[in-house]
Design a protein around this ligand. Sequence first.
Ligand SMILES: *[C@@H]1O[C@H](CO)[C@@H](O)[C@H](O)[C@H]1NC(C)=O
Ligand SMILES: *[C@@H]1O[C@H](CO)[C@@H](O)[C@H](O)[C@H]1NC(C)=O
Ligand SMILES: *[C@@H]1O[C@H](CO)[C@@H](O)[C@H](O)[C@H]1NC(C)=O
Ligand SMILES: *[C@@H]1O[C@H](CO)[C@@H](O)[C@H](O)[C@H]1NC(C)=O
Length: 412
Amino acid sequence: MGSVSLKIGDGTARFKRASMCSSAVNFLMLFSVVTTNLFALYAFSYRPTTGDHHKNFSLISEKVSLILREIESSQKKLARMEKELLGYETIDLSRPNIANELREFLNHHQLPLGKDSRTGITEMVASVGHSCEKSVDLLSQFMSYKVNGLCPDDWSLGQKLILQGCEPLPRRRCFAKTIPKVGLQSFPDSLWKNVSEKIYSWSGLGCKNLACLNSKKLNRDCAGCFDIVKGYETQRYIKARSKNDFLIDDVLAMGSGGIRIGFDIDSGSGTFAARMAERNVTVVTATLNVDAPFSEFIAARGLFPLYFSLDHRFPFYDNVFDLVHAANGLDVGGRPEKLEFLMFDIDRVLRAGGLFWLDNFYCSTDDKKRALTRLIERFGYKKLKWVVGEKINGSGKSEVYLSAVLQKPVRV
Ligand SMILES: *[C@@H]1O[C@H](CO)[C@@H](O)[C@H](O)[C@H]1NC(C)=O
Ligand SMILES: *[C@@H]1O[C@H](CO)[C@@H](O)[C@H](O)[C@H]1NC(C)=O
Ligand SMILES: *[C@@H]1O[C@H](CO)[C@@H](O)[C@H](O)[C@H]1NC(C)=O
Ligand SMILES: *[C@@H]1O[C@H](CO)[C@@H](O)[C@H](O)[C@H]1NC(C)=O
């Protein structure tokens, strides 16, 4: 008696898109079903204690209508949550300031043959990060262009959206600005040759040339890292400056010949991948163009730049890499869980027996070092190398760095 079932939309496929959050919806659904059922049970088993054994029908009908109202409000709440999970549905497409191309891109398209029996999907939804809603004005600006025409020179606007969590970006129907890539060298000469800086896009950047970039410490892993002809960059990974610097050949030897493909997380101008390429190891480098044309520079060296933010799940399948190299790109700031999520994703893409090379990771506080150590130890990796060292920084203060080579265990 009093069983209530709730139907929410038609969105099996759509729930899949947000599997992390779908458990929250499932929980809410379960919660609603349980509470409405309890209500029903209460209403139907309730008897007035007036001593009168007549059922008071008006009382019951009142309770029933209360239950119906409850169900209706749960349904509304669920529909709202579903839309929030979907992300772009929180973008009100009827708003006047929504770019037409954005509306066009986000509109649902019914599958021509109805429900797909294999996947249960009834309609195609365009993929766009749900945080885009927070930046809907920027997003609309990004989607304002002439269809079939040239896109505005606005890559930095796109990157701004990505950094605000609006990932993936919507596709656009305009032609991105092309820059003639003249003077590219052939591989492997390209790894260490200067090319004309005119082949990089400088719009939206503070620096307008390589000399400017090289005069700056762009981040902890890139001080002068665009000088691949004379600078320190030419010695990185083959000459140690401190005991925290491991040599690439030593690390490869620890992999006992099984290192063929690797993933480098955001550590500068591609030099790690370049050194690996010389050793016939293919490395993809994750990088955004924060303050410098990293992606284009890496590509000009004949290396593979992967343009995405570290808040994004790595676009690789489980257990595929022989090696993951990370430096201070791992310092995601914010809550410790953020680093934890990132570490789990690194663990996921690394194969058993593969190596995780943590390279000169800056531990700003002792707490941070301890937390990181605890986190790493929880993964049960074999510590092939583990060095905590101090360096004196530009203003004479001592800073603590952790370098390690860890081997992923086989878990059963
Ligand atoms: C039935 O319930 C209503 C409202 O709760 C009340 O006004 C009415 O007197 C009740 N009748 C009987 C017969 O108990
Ligand atoms: C190579 O680039 C550096 C800046 O990174 C610059 O100072 C130097 O003049 C360039 N050399 C050539 C031959 O273009
Ligand atoms: C890389 O591969 C080439 C071609 O197979 C080979 O000639 C070369 O010796 C290899 N280099 C290293 C460092 O293994
Ligand atoms: C050196 O380290 C201190 C303390 O961590 C910091 O306040 C300062 O900004 C650092 N200086 C440089 C040049 O990195």
